[in-house]
Design a protein around this ligand. Structure first.
Ligand SMILES: Cc1ncc(COP(=O)(O)O)c(C=O)c1O
Length: 398
């Protein structure tokens, strides 16, 4: 039953989980579910990872919150590690993905402003994008269903069809500041931006003096088998928004930028009360301890291969249920032939959780610590779900 005291913004599934262990979620009544939703790509190290639990408890005993009026040693450490591991020179910490995007958008606009071009504030985005639920990020995402009824759309976001180079080139004007893209569209249906397209984006940005902003909120922190998804294409952005997996379940986001791109963000131009708070920094550093350890990303790629091959096999065996397998690493999607909600429900009956996405896709986002055996267990459950839909489809058509 929906709780009347809560906003009605979610159609919640009535499952009541009490605790988690690795890739498993356990209900109040002791039923175990294989969690291949991972809080929508958030629980990167699964549930109750001992290293994360220890880090949070140790910090909780010392200091919870300081504000950004003082030095925060955990921030300095995490920023240093993030910049050492990426293209970036500078980091601003936030509490969420949308705030990381807000910082990215402001950083790009401010860059053009500080170079004497206040008129260059437009940002080009792509159809099917999802960048968050704040007023600026719903404008960036451009999806009517999220914009409706919330007053005038924040101006300065120009959208072009996904993958359409000609439309992109035509959209670049003297007022353009930046291009913003997810290397893999998550909510848009696990649509992968090709490596060639990523390189073209970089080239166009360089030619026109634009900044390239990547939204790696969902695709980052090892999810695709590289630390960040753009690494597959060999290019680097100027600005990048990160969240979800970096906190492993603790609210944490970050906006990363090159020194040049961040050059307009002087003291007083931006701020946050909670962003970079010591608790979040303790967890973020603990996540990096694991993700940056030798062999971790290799593990992600190895398990992803097992999982993907298994899913491709299911597609071949159940072509009436599964149309296509999409994505990269452990950011995978099943494009369904049946309504994706039916597949999701059939999977839930087999006690495996996934996340719906656009384009009739189901997202499979297991914790990155998933083992090959757990991936096979997941495949067996998805197979049973596909089999039940296949059988009920046969009955209907009989
Ligand atoms: C690609 C992408 N960008 C931004 C966001 C917004 O993040 P948050 O919900 O933490 O504000 C999300 C969340 O699903 C996302 O997937």
């Amino acid at each position: 039953m929906a709780e009347a005291a809560l906003f009605d913004t979610y159609n919640r599934i009535s499952l009541r989980f009490e605790r988690g262990e690795g890739v498993w979620l356990i209900t109040e009544t002791g039923e175990r579910y294989l969690d291949f939703a991972a809080g929508i790509a958030v629980n990167s190290l699964g549930h109750a990872h001992p290293h994360l639990v220890d880090a949070l408890k140790a910090q909780a005993d010392k200091l919870w919150h300081l504000s950004n009026l003082y030095d925060v040693p955990g921030q300095e450490k995490l920023a240093r590690r993030l910049t050492q591991a990426t293209f970036a020179d500078k980091v601003f910490f936030t509490n969420s993905g949308a705030e990381a995007l807000e910082c990215a958008i402001k950083t790009a606009r401010r860059y053009q402003f500080s170079k004497g071009h206040p008129e260059r504030f437009h940002i080009i985005t792509f159809e099917g994008a999802f960048h968050g639920r704040t007023l600026a990020t719903i404008a960036a995402g451009g999806q009517a269903k999220y914009l409706e009824g919330f007053g005038p759309k924040v101006s300065g976001f120009d959208q072009v069809p996904f993958g359409d180079i000609d439309a992109l080139k035509a959209a670049i004007t003297d007022a353009t500041a930046a291009i913003l893209i997810e290397p893999v569209q998550g909510e848009g249906g696990l649509r992968l931006v090709s490596r060639e397209f990523m390189r073209t984006l970089r080239q166009l940005c360089d030619e026109h003096g634009l900044l390239l902003i990547l939204d790696e909120v969902q695709s980052g922190v090892g999810r695709t088998g590289k630390l960040f998804a753009h690494e597959w294409s060999g290019i680097t952005p100027d600005i990048m928004a990160v969240a979800k997996g970096i906190g492993g379940g603790f609210p944490l986001g970050a906006c990363l930028a090159t020194e040049e791109a961040a050059s307009g963000m002087k003291a007083g131009t931006h701020g946050t009360t909670y962003g970079g708070n010591p608790l979040a920094m303790a967890v973020g550093n603990a996540v990096l301890d694991v993700v940056l350890a030798d062999g971790f990303l290799e593990h992600v790629r190895d398990v992803a291969l097992v999982f993907r091959q298994g899913l491709e096999g299911l597609k071949d065996r159940y072509p009436d249920v599964i149309e296509e397998i999409r994505g990269e690493g452990l950011m995978l999607g099943i494009k369904a032939k049946v309504p994706n909600a039916d597949l999701l429900q059939a999977m839930r009956s087999e006690h495996i959780l996934a996340v719906p996405a656009g384009d009739n896709v189901l997202r499979l986002l297991p914790p990155l610590v998933v083992t090959a055996d757990e991936a096979r267990e997941g495949l067996a459950r998805i197979e049973r779900a596909a089999e039940s839909l296949h059988k009920s489809g046969m009955k209907k058509s009989a």
